[in-house]
Write a protein that binds this ligand. Sequence first.
Ligand SMILES: [Zn+2]
Length: 176
Amino acid sequence: MKPLNCPHCEGKLMPAIFRAYDLEPLVGLPIVMPRLEGLQCSVTKEHKSLDGQVLESIRFALAHAAIELEARLHADLARYLRRYMGLTQQELADRMGITRVTVARWEGGEEPISPQNDYVLRGIARTTLAEKLTKPWARKMPAAFRRLPEVFAEVRQAPPDEPGPTLKAVAKSMTG
Ligand SMILES: [Zn+2]
């Protein structure tokens, strides 16, 4: 297969294995993957990209891990789930029968999501995940993400009625 041209310079994109890939610009969560296959520019290491299907499967795995948490959703995870479903705050609020301000409050960390809203939000997200599971990339889960249940086991130790730890804590346990 002919190597792809780098979109940023004259270089070519070559297959590479990244030992630490910062996913924050791609998923909006502070997560660094310890080992990930992707493409790297032959001119500068700054130019890199992931296979689109791999990225899709990462987004899926994160959403799946979030809805399986026994602790209540923290602000950043609740926001992640809404964005993953492609909904605005207003659209999510309409679907849940609540006001947009309530959604904005828990996403902004002003107050924890209520147990009832947490339950409903996960129910809606579960439907989205079930639809996505039928896509071909669902079989392309990167090896590191098969460790997710183990990584999130730490989070499960928080009591169900308490807000869970931030994703920073989760990401730290993943790389450390
Ligand atoms: Zn380049």
